[in-house]
Structures are given as structure tokens and as C-alpha cells.
Design a protein around this ligand. Structure first.
Ligand SMILES: [Zn+2]
Length: 751
């Protein structure tokens, strides 16, 4: 028997075993070990008859074996009751078998059945991806593995990975597959392959994979094209690829992604091409990579106990759901099966927008100096943990007359139990505060970046914890808990406004968890004291987001005098800019428009007062005029004129002649199978043409001589320029319907 220390790189089920990959040092070979694993699931039957029928079906299943009755605690009531244990004997076929059993026996309740086995193994054995472990083994069998660190630790040595980048250009349609180019890059070495002789190329590619043996392969678009193309060609050529370290992996070579509805919006997701025993992460198919780099992805994976490749591809909601299941499981409760699987959320931003259940006070339109913005830190999760709001604690069955209840609603909050769903967030909240503290303390830019990436990943996890509560189909969904959080947040925002006004501040705008306050001559120390007073009154952490040198609250795009939440731009005293809701942040704008607005904002960031802004007017106008000239004289490249639209249905279903629908139809004629949720890119060539087809040109049909609609792009550009100029410099004379800069009325809006 041998004993070693190393990082747990990957683990997954195979047959009736769990397979583990360890990294013991940066350069050495990776160690594969296996261990038998037969986890226990449970069912609950209403009566003995339905249990007998279930047992008969079970006898024909090759994945499960009936064990017998077991006393287990119920998550919702914390009381013991009798369940029936079944043992999983084949990990890989069990989920399919389970679905068949459920269809036949929908009257039973199921527990621990639908959790990916590597996650369940992690919960039960205190393990998580990339954990540093002490492990003992005999030959190829893992005897014991103990983590030397906790998922809540904020100091951990980064796992030493061999990182490669795979580049390639593939083409794949039902009738044809081709590879135009393939290159592998690792640690300063690059191999490029001629792809004329496919068989040779694949053999050579395999040889380099074996020799360099990367742990992580990055691609850009690997999930959508390159991986399905490579695996398909390898099949045809009869040369099995050694991309997986695990031997004998069979995959469905689908290349069609899926569309699903999330919060009323259609979202498209590329197909999955994870590897076994190695990681493949596609920059284009990984939200956390874009937001927080590999460091953030690994952090999220550790705290959620989700395999890194799964964390990369699934929504953040899947991550936070696993955090909660882990806490429930570790407190000795079987995890109820989530029967209807609501698909997760592609981006957490969508979620925040959908979840603006808090209170909004519309901004007082105008331009301001001496403004400070205060933000509650992770407001919704803090409410859950500080007020014990959890699905099992709101209107519990054990406390008919508890000490505390929810404002407005009067819901009871349990005195006896600490919420498990809310409690699961505590280590994440604490860890995020710790990372932010270290960011402030460090002078090392690498360290700053690392902590920032980690805290950003945690922020996204926390953002999602609230959305799940509102979903009645979610595993731990409970609408009353969701409503309670909203009610408490409204109450606390009201208190914040009252205290701020008592302290002599005027409240310009407040939005869910932020407030913008104005008072002449406020010192940083005074604002800090105000924050502590608010914390005392609300039991929620609040901090200073920043002091603005100047700030502009903008009206709605359609109506000059209509205030809208979260549409503003301003400059912080440190010279950084903050803007929301304006063209540069909008995905439906042409790049040329965004570049110009960005240039203007960049120049404005030098102005430390409104007076200084006005002094810059000639320079700013010169930038705008130069941009107009370039559009008129057709100097703008087509690339910079591309508009992006997300399809809400498949091109064939479109009846309308919107620009996006027309572009999608053009793409369809080129043989591109776009489906709802995917994006289409096009240039406007003649927006007033009678024939819709002549109005736009889809990206694939663009030619160097394609001409664009100058008038259309000028209008777009001028709109973005006026967003910044009108409030700062006043409106052009011909527009007499203007409003005074500071609208006097205050609009309250209780959503
Ligand atoms: Zn209770």
C-alpha cells in the first residue's frame, strides 16, 4: 500500500466504480485510481401495495437493488419517518432506469436519485474538485482519500495544471466533415498540422497528446464545431482520439445545441463536449471564464462541489443548487428529487433583471455633483442568513407562535431550526468578504487579480440563490420564502432612506440594493459613519460603492421627461467611470457606435467637475463630427457595423419582416440551421428598401464591395452621442420641447 499527497483533479462514475485522477506534481504522470461505489437512494411509498409493485419493477432493473426500510429525517419538517433504501449497483445506467421507474410509479417520492454521482460522492466524503488530498492506494485501487483543506478555505495552493490551447477550423454538416487547420499549443511550443492526409494528422495529434499530456485544453468554439468535427472524422478514419485520458468513452456525436426558455427568454446553449480525465473548456461556452477567468471557475467549482467541466457549462444556478444540496446532505437529510427540471439560467444578469422584486425609487433626472453611492453587500443572501429565511423555516410546522415574523406579510419564521438552504450561504458570504479585504490590502497586481476573480465567481453564485426560491418546481423552491426576502428588502431600503434623510442627505435614486445620496461637503469618514448607522438599523452590511465627481441620471429613451431606473453615467473621484443602460452597454448596438461613445466617455473621465466637462465640449464635439465623417465617407469597416440580434424563433417560423428575421432567412438559405436563442449578425444596407431582403445583409454574404446605409448608421451614432451631450451641454436649439435639467417632481414607483 502507498500513501501520497496530491490534488484531486477529476472524478466521475464508471460502471460500478468511481474513477479518480490525481496530480502529485506539475511534471509527473497523472495517477488514475478507482474505488467501488454503491450509493444509497430512497423511496417513500404511501402504502404497502404501491411499495410491492415498485419492488417488482425494481427486480427487472440492472441498476438498482432493494435493501429495506430505513428511518431518515425529512428536510421540510426535520422529523424522522420510514423510507425504503435502494442500492445503486450500476452508476452509469441508473439515471435512465430511474426515469423509467418514475414514469411507472409516479406516486412514490424519490430521494438522492438524481444527483450526479461525483457530486453525491463529494458531499458524503467531504471532497471537492481540485482539493489537496492525502490518499492511500494499492495498485490501481484507491483505499482512502482525505481532503487536507476545506471548501471554505480562502487560502489554497493553486492546482498545478498543464494547460494547452487547441486551435482549429472544422466544417461539419450531416453530409460532410472537413478539417482545414489544426494546431496545439502548450508552454510556448506549437504544432501545426497539414490536414491533407487526415489519418496521418490524427495519428500525429494523438502522439502529441500522449507526449505533452495536457490537463486542460482550451478552445474557442470547441463545443459547437471543433470537438464534434474531430470526433466525427476520427470515427470515419477509424483512428480513436486520445483526447480522453479514460479509455473506451463512447459519445453521441450531436452538434445541435438546445434552446430552452428561461425567465421568459429563449436561451441557446451549445452541445457539450467534456473530456474524461482531462478538461476541455470552451471560452465561448463558459460564463464564469468570461466573468472571472479560470481562477473564478475553479473557486466556484470548489465551493459548489460541481465538477469543473460541469461548472463551466451549466448555469450558475446549478452551482448554487449543489451548494445547498451539499449542506442538506451533510446534515443527514436525504435530498428530495426535483421532478420537473427547470432549465437553469444562462446568465445571472437576466436573473437579476427578472428578480428586481425590491423597491425602486425613480431617479430625480439631472446632472449632479457631490453624490455618493451606497450598496448593500449581497443583500438577498444576507437577508436569508441574517433573518433565517429559508424554504423550511418560513411558516414552519413546529412554531405556531414564533418570536419573529416577516414585515407586511406576517409569515412566521422558525425559532427552532437554522435554515439549511440559507445556512449554506454563510461560508460563501464570509469568504467573499475575506477576498475583498485581501484585495484592498494587497499591492501585488497578480494577487489582486486572483482574489478579484474568486470573489466575482462567488458574487454570481450568491446572486442566483434567491431566484431558485421563487421557482415552485425547484428542488428547494418556496414562494413564501421568496416573498419574505422581497418584503424585508423593501423594509430595509425604506429605513435606509429615512436614516439618510435624518442625516441631511437627499436621496436621488434607489434601486433594490443601492442608494444614491447627495449632500454638499460630505467627508468620507462621515459617509462611513452613516453606513454603520444603516447597518445597525437594518442588520445588513452596506458599503460605499464610490464618491462621484459628477453623475447624470438619464430619462427614458422614448420620452424626455420620463425617469427610468438604472440609466446613468458618472465619474468616480478616482477617475473611473460607471455607466448603465446606455448604448455602450447594450448588445443591440453596432460596434462603431459603441467605440465612439467609449471614446467620449474616456475623455470625460478626465473631467473632475461639471465645469471641467463643459470645458471639454469642443474636443468632444470634434470626436463626434469625425465619427460622422467616417460614416458618411464610407470609411467604416463592415465588421464595425454588424448588428447582433438573438432569434426568438427559428427562421422558418418567422412571419414578420424585421431585420433580424430577414437576416435569419438569408442565413437559412445558405444552409445554416439557426435555432431560437442563437444569434444572427447583419449589416443594414438600405433600411428603406421596399423589398425586406434588400434592407439587410447577413454577415456570411458580406463582400468587400457591400455598401451600407449611411443614414441609418448616422441616426444610431447621433442618438448615442446625444445621450451624453444633451444633459451635459443642453439640447440643440431646434428641439424646443426640452425639459429643465433638474426635473422637480419625484416619482415613486412601487413594483
Ligand atoms: Zn419552527
Amino acid at each position: 500500500m502507498r500513501e501520497e499527497t496530491g490534488w484531486l483533479f477529476d472524478y466521475y462514475p464508471r460502471g460500478s466504480e468511481m474513477v479518480f485522477w490525481f496530480i502529485t506534481d506539475e511534471h509527473g504522470p497523472r495517477l488514475r485510481l478507482a474505488q467501488p461505489y454503491a450509493p444509497r437512494c430512497y423511496v417513500e411509498a404511501k402504502d404497502s401495495k404501491s411499495l410491492e409493485r415498485f419492488k417488482m419493477s425494481l427486480e427487472r432493473s440492472r441498476s438498482f437493488r432493494f435493501e429495506g426500510p430505513a428511518r431518515e429525517k425529512d428536510f421540510w419538517t426535520a422529523k424522522e419517518r420510514t423510507l425504503h433504501a435502494i442500492q445503486v449497483v450500476d452508476l452509469e445506467s441508473s439515471y435512465k432506469d430511474l426515469l423509467a421507474l418514475y414514469r411507472k410509479h409516479p406516486d412514490l417520492s424519490y430521494y438522492n436519485c438524481d444527483i450526479p454521482f461525483e457530486q453525491l460522492y463529494g458531499y458524503q466524503n467531504n471532497l471537492f474538485p481540485t482539493a489537496l488530498c492525502r490518499f492511500r492506494y494499492e495498485g490501481e485501487s484507491l483505499i482512502e482519500c482525505i481532503a487536507l483543506e476545506k471548501h471554505s478555505d480562502s487560502d489554497y495552493p493553486p492546482i498545478p495544471l498543464r494547460v494547452a490551447h487547441l486551435h482549429g477550423e472544422g466544417y461539419l454538416s450531416p453530409n460532410r466533415a472537413a478539417l482545414r487547420f489544426l494546431a496545439l499549443e502548450m508552454e510556448g511550443r506549437t504544432i501545426e498540422w497539414e490536414t491533407n492526409d487526415l489519418e496521418d494528422t490524427l495519428h500525429s495529434f494523438n502522439a502529441y497528446l500522449d507526449d505533452w499530456d495536457p490537463d486542460l485544453i482550451w478552445t474557442t468554439g470547441g463545443d459547437s464545431i471543433l470537438m464534434p468535427c474531430l470526433f466525427h472524422l476520427a470515427n470515419v478514419a477509424g483512428v480513436p482520439l486520445r483526447l480522453d485520458r479514460e479509455a473506451g468513452i463512447k459519445r453521441n456525436l450531436g452538434q445541435q445545441g438546445r434552446s430552452y426558455i428561461s425567465y421568459g427568454r429563449i436561451v441557446y446553449r451549445d452541445p457539450d463536449y467534456p473530456l474524461w480525465g482531462r478538461w476541455h473548456i470552451d471560452h465561448r461556452n463558459c460564463f464564469l471564464d468570461r466573468e472571472s477567468d479560470l481562477e473564478g471557475l475553479i473557486e466556484a467549482s470548489r465551493v459548489s462541489r460541481l465538477a469543473v467541466q460541469r461548472m463551466a457549462r451549466r448555469s450558475i444556478g446549478t452551482g448554487i443548487s449543489s451548494v445547498q444540496m451539499a449542506n442538506v446532505s451533510q446534515h443527514g437529510f436525504p435530498i428530495p428529487w426535483k421532478k420537473a427540471q427547470p432549465e437553469g439560467w444562462k446568465t445571472a444578469l437576466q436573473l437579476i433583471r427578472a428578480d428586481r422584486g425590491g423597491m425602486t425609487y425613480m431617479p430625480k433626472l439631472g446632472v449632479y455633483e457631490n453624490v455618493v453611492e451606497l450598496d448593500f453587500v449581497s443583500m438577498y443572501p444576507s437577508i436569508m442568513t441574517n433573518f433565517n429565511i429559508s424554504p423550511e423555516t418560513v411558516n414552519c410546522t413546529c412554531c405556531p407562535e414564533p418570536e419573529t415574523s416577516v414585515p407586511e406579510l406576517g409569515y412566521r419564521i422558525c425559532d427552532k431550526r437554522n435554515g439549511l438552504i440559507s445556512g449554506a450561504l454563510v461560508p460563501i458570504l464570509e469568504k467573499r468578504i475575506e477576498y475583498k479585504r485581501r484585495m484592498r490590502a494587497t499591492k501585488d497586481p497578480d494577487e489582486y487579480r486572483r482574489y478579484n476573480n474568486r470573489q466575482t465567481a462567488l458574487k454570481w453564485l450568491l446572486v442566483c440563490c434567491f431566484g431558485y426560491l421563487g421557482y415552485k418546481n425547484a428542488r428547494f423552491g418556496r414562494i413564501e420564502a421568496h416573498e419574505s426576502i422581497c418584503a424585508i428588502s423593501r423594509e430595509m431600503l425604506l429605513r435606509t432612506r429615512e436614516i439618510s434623510e435624518e442625516w441631511g442627505y437627499s436621496v436621488l435614486h434607489s434601486l433594490v440594493d443601492c442608494v444614491w445620496l447627495k449632500k454638499s461637503g460630505q467627508s468620507h469618514e462621515e459617509v462611513e459613519r452613516l453606513c454603520r448607522a444603516i447597518e445597525d438599523a437594518t442588520n445588513l452590511p452596506i458599503g460605499i460603492e464610490g464618491h462621484y465627481s459628477w453623475l447624470v441620471f438619464l430619462s427614458s429613451k422614448q420620452y424626455d421627461d420620463l425617469p427610468v431606473p438604472a440609466r446613468y453615467f458618472g465619474r468616480f473621484e478616482d477617475g473611473s467611470m460607471k455607466y448603465r443602460g446606455i448604448e455602450i452597454r447594450r448588445s443591440d448596438q453596432a460596434p462603431v457606435v459603441q467605440f465612439v461613445q467609449g471614446e467620449l466617455l474616456e475623455l470625460l473621465s478626465q473631467a473632475d467637475s461639471l465645469e471641467a466637462c463643459r470645458k471639454l465640449e469642443p474636443q468632444l464635439r470634434a470626436i463626434a463630427l469625425e465619427a460622422e465623417r467616417r460614416i458618411v465617407e464610407r470609411e467604416v469597416s463592415l465588421q464595425d457595423l454588424l448588428l447582433k440580434r438573438q432569434l426568438s424563433q427559428s427562421p422558418g417560423e418567422y412571419k414578420s419582416t424585421t431585420m433580424a428575421a430577414t437576416a435569419a432567412k438569408q442565413a437559412a438559405r445558405l444552409g445554416q440551421d439557426l435555432i431560437a436563442g442563437q444569434e444572427v449578425y447583419f449589416v443594414v444596407i438600405d433600411s428603406k428598401a421596399g423589398n425586406p431582403d434588400a434592407r439587410v445583409c447577413v454577415v456570411d454574404l458580406l463582400a468587400p464591395e457591400t455598401d451600407y446605409d449611411v443614414e441609418f448608421y448616422l441616426v444610431q451614432l447621433r442618438r448615442a452621442v446625444r445621450t451624453l451631450f444633451d444633459p451635459l451641454f443642453g439640447k440643440p436649439k431646434e428641439n424646443t420641447r426640452t425639459q429643465p435639467l433638474e426635473a422637480s417632481q419625484q416619482v415613486f414607483d412601487f413594483h
